[in-house]
Design a protein around this ligand. Structure first.
Ligand code: 13P
Ligand code: SF4
Length: 305
């Protein structure tokens, strides 16, 4: 089967089996092409809550499939590649979080969406990189315990100086690989380019950026900008996607090390395999579902305020 034939077979089967395919923007282009919806974590969580299909496939990592299940408990949610996890989501366990909550009893616990459903069940408000600043600003409490990404937390805290923040030392091992020197070297190599970075990067890298935002935020900024050249400080797939979307502009990855192996696990044959019974159906404990859902609903509600 050629790649094109496989894509055609996937499109035929997903229609026949009433499956909606969600793909995170870090997925390979052949997967983005067959997806019903592509986007960042926030866009996909919102979309998951509205689709009418009985089955939803997630081409992304486990916490994303769990988020879809939390928002659509009546649907069959399938993680296309069961080994695809996010190391950040596993960094903080429930015991450590319980200890932190004991140490800071009057703090509102804000969980980045890159956490397990089990952890979200113990937190107050969920945020994504694109919703974090707005959602945290709207929290009535001015004391915030932000978990697990201290880099994202630092970026949020700098925009809301009136609140007091506590962090843990977690984060994305892929984005954390980029150093201030990498950013300076990329700017020196491309002096006319704007530097766009994801807030999972270190504060010293974020400080040098012309724009900081989620994966979709970076894509939208580059598309709308009048500038011609951009250094892209997030997973390498975003520079590739942008080269197709804006063929008249130039994109340079901030570092060739910005590759998330977990996001690369899902292949087109895996999607076809899932349509033929493969993948893993996400099953969550009822109590965890109920409590974690409250945490996500607060993020979605805060957008309407
Ligand atoms: P977004 O919220 O930008 O989709 O990021 C998710 C993620 O895992 C980034 O590494
Ligand atoms: Fe997790 Fe980082 Fe991969 Fe995003 S890029 S899924 S945060 S490991």
């Amino acid at each position: 089967m050629t790649l094109f034939e496989m894509q055609q077979e996937i499109l035929r089967l997903k229609k026949e089996k009433d499956v909606c395919i969600l793909a995170h923007s870090y997925q390979a282009s052949e997967i983005l092409e067959i997806a019903d919806f592509c986007g960042d974590s926030f866009a996909l969580s919102k979309k998951a809550a509205t689709v009418g299909n009985k089955t939803v496939f997630m081409c992304g990592v486990r916490f994303m499939a769990e988020t879809v299940k939390l928002l659509s408990p009546e649907k069959r949610v399938v993680l296309v590649s069961p080994d695809a996890g996010c190391p950040m989501a596993e960094q903080l366990d429930t015991e450590l979080l319980a200890a932190l909550k004991n140490a800071y009893p009057d703090y509102t616990v804000v969980a980045y969406v890159n956490t397990t459903a089990e952890l979200k069940a113990l937190c107050d408000v969920c945020v994504t990189s694109s919703s974090a600043v707005d959602a945290v600003r709207k929290i009535k409490n001015d004391k915030i315990l932000f978990v697990p990404d201290c880099n994202l937390g630092d970026w949020v805290s700098k925009q809301i100086p009136e609140k007091t923040f506590k962090f843990v030392s977690g984060g994305c091992p892929i984005h954390a690989r980029v150093s201030e020197n990498d950013a300076k070297a990329a700017k020196a190599a491309h002096p006319g380019a704007l530097l766009l970075v994801h807030p999972e990067c270190k504060p010293s890298v974020v400080a040098l950026a012309d724009y900081v935002g989620s994966t979709s935020g970076i894509v939208d900024f580059a598309k709308k900008s009048g500038a011609r050249e951009f250094i892209i400080g997030t997973e390498i797939s975003i520079s590739e996607t942008l080269k197709y979307a804006c063929s008249d502009k130039r994109f340079y990855p901030l570092s060739k090390n910005l590759i998330c192996p977990n996001m690369k696990l899902t292949t087109l044959p895996d999607v076809l395999g899932a349509l033929n019974g493969g993948g893993e159906e996400i099953m969550l404990d009822d109590v965890i579902m109920r409590k974690a859902r409250v945490c996500i609903d607060r993020m979605l509600e805060s957008e309407k305020k």
